[in-house]
Write a protein that binds this ligand. Sequence first.
Ligand code: ADP
Length: 406
Amino acid sequence: MTDRPAASDLIDPTLVLNCGSSSIKYALISADNRTRITGLAENLGLDTARIKHKNLEGETQEISIPGGQHQLALQKILGLLEQYRFVAVGHRVVHGGREFSAAERVTPHVLAEIKRLKILAPLHNPANALGVEAVEAIYPDMPQAVVFDTAFHQSMPPVAYRYPIPKALYDEHRIRRYGFHGTSHAYVSDRASTLTDKTGKHGWLTAHLGNGCSAAAVYDGESLDTSMGLTPLEGLMMGTRSGDVDPSLHIHLKRTLNMSLEEINDMLNNQSGLFGISGLSNDMRMIEQAAADGHSDAKLAIEMFCYHAGKYLAALSCALPTFTGIVFTGGIGENAADTRARILAVMRHFGIKVDNDKNDTLIRGAEGSFHNADSAIELWVIPTDEEYRIAQETRAALGIDTTDKA
Ligand code: ADP
């Protein structure tokens, strides 16, 4: 069987960083994507700040950094990894606005733009920029690139990305649909095009169902429409986010309950979705268990989740010139076979034929198809790998040879 990975397997690795407001996720990925080291710094700024580092042998090490902020955490992380001589750092950045439709090498101009775009992602972009600056302070000569969550969806046509509201709001204030989860939709649609036997141009609906949920219509490698909009709140029902609601809900709640805009925003982002309907949890596993035990609100939460997802996928199919198939990914999409089958049952007019036995085997990281031979479209489960995609895009943006070094 395979040997344990050794340091010599980590050839020309790229360090991928995902800096949030109080956490940093990291992955050191070899050029051939066969070996990686991962970790997480969490609770940054608090007494409980710590780094959970998983080494090459898969052993976990915990390092306490009480009160530590991004800079200190990154110093420690880079210290743990420097022996592996990484060749580049790639950062996940949430919002690239209209300015970025692909990954970019970090320059003073690019960094300034990321900071300016905090108007569109007030919690995320500043933390992402902090990560870039912290690496720069420690390794001034390290090539760095930024990979935007929104960039993949910049290929959407105006008919999909504009809101039917006054033009000046778009022209002067950039109010439009941007879409998110771009690296995931890009990765799984690319992978599906590699795996299918169908030749020619492919049209995929990709369903990223995790805590955050979004779907995209991808044709010939380009996103033509997606369910998230100006912010990640639009679209599908999610773990704690409502997805689409009547926009007049805001004024109604203000008038009837005197709720403030901030309270309504918090309610729609943090107290809705699976959590809001079930009253139990945002975690699909827990809700499935409660539903199996007869909890009626948990049952309704699952039914609504599947109905909304199926309805959205059906609508997004309108964006595709040809419809090759549906790809499921994300924690729910990769594991919840029953949920996949229920979503497909909602799309009852599409000639979809599910191979239920195969569907049941596609869990816990398994990749494969689960359509019957007579199904009108293909059905795939493809575990997402956003870190790998970010590493690939980083190397491409920096002009680093991406050929297999194994
Ligand atoms: P995030 O969007 O935070 O990255 P994930 O993609 O990890 O989240 O997805 C988290 C969701 O996946 C949770 O709702 C979790 O319950 C669900 N999930 C994970 N494993 C399973 C499983 N075996 N069955 C059902 N749902 C699962």
